[in-house]
Design a protein around this ligand. Structure first.
Ligand code: FPP
Length: 245
């Protein structure tokens, strides 16, 4: 699919990223600074996300993947996990009404088995409802871990070998790529992480191999569409060599 630029962005970029990954970090610190509970930070984070998705649609970005809940986030206090799950459920439910207006396609990536039945059912509904939209594809990484994704892919490949559908000698990078939750999607071109942290935190380990990384000290709830445009614009100024010269 070709990029459909619907709006000019500040500094004219040479290229738009096809796929932007976002590690939405800093909700807790945002709340703490205001003397609010962490849940308020997550709630403000969900609002920030809505605006960024609208912006991505306007710019004609094809894929956005956001890190909403990692396989490690279960270690958080039970009430915080519960709140995050209710926020995610709400987001998926409202996507039916709101986000479809943005023409967004919603997909959820990660291991679903550990999620509540209600969330699993809602994921199926929301994915079905938005599947024919033609705007940005928003992957919500939920109970997602890069290592888990690769492990899952290895298991699937082994199963194919075991039932005689695949020869070991035929396994190549495309085979692995085709078994990831993001199969059929391009690699991440631009990875954004907020809140001044400069780690990957088990996010899309395979897909970020050649991603340009962009960091900001802003906390996620403070991250504005103008910041997103700034990151996209800087991406366009960078020279990517993919290992060449
Ligand atoms: C990291 O901030 C953020 C998360 C673990 C959750 C991200 C969730 C949202 C932005 C809202 C819900 C998402 C959707 C898709 C509706 P942190 O809590 O680690 O912040 P801290 O490092 O300042 O404590």
């Amino acid at each position: 699919m070709l990029f459909k630029r619907k709006e000019k962005i500040g500094t004219e970029p040479k290229h738009l990223p096809r796929h932007v990954g976002i590690i939405m970090d800093g909700n807790g610190r945002w709340a703490k600074k205001r003397g609010l509970p962490r849940s308020a930070g997550h709630s403000a984070g969900a609002e920030a996300l809505k605006k960024i998705v609208t912006e991505a649609n306007k710019l004609g970005i094809e894929y956005v993947t956001v890190y909403a809940f990692s396989t490690e986030n279960w270690k958080r206090p039970a009430d915080e996990v519960k709140y995050l799950m209710s926020l995610l459920l709400d987001y998926l439910k409202n996507a039916e009404k709101n986000l479809a207006g943005d023409n967004t396609v919603i997909r959820v990536i990660g291991s679903r088995a550990e999620l509540s039945e209600e969330i699993q059912e809602q994921i199926i509904k929301t994915e079905k409802l938005t599947e024919h939209n033609t705007g940005t594809i928003l992957n919500i990484a939920l109970n997602y871990g890069g290592r888990e994704e690769i492990t899952h892919a290895v298991r699937e490949i082994c199963a194919d070998v075991q039932r005689g559908a695949l020869d070991v000698g035929d396994i190549d990078e495309q085979t692995v790529d085709g078994k990831l939750y993001t199969h059929g999607q391009p690699d991440v071109d631009l990875l954004i992480r907020t809140s001044g942290e400069m780690r990957l935190s088990n996010f899309m380990l395979w897909q970020v191999s050649y991603a340009e990384m962009w960091f900001t000290d802003k906390l996620w709830p403070d991250f504005k569409p103008s910041d997103f445009r700034h990151a996209v614009s800087e991406f366009g100024q960078r020279g990517r060599r993919f290992g060449g010269i």
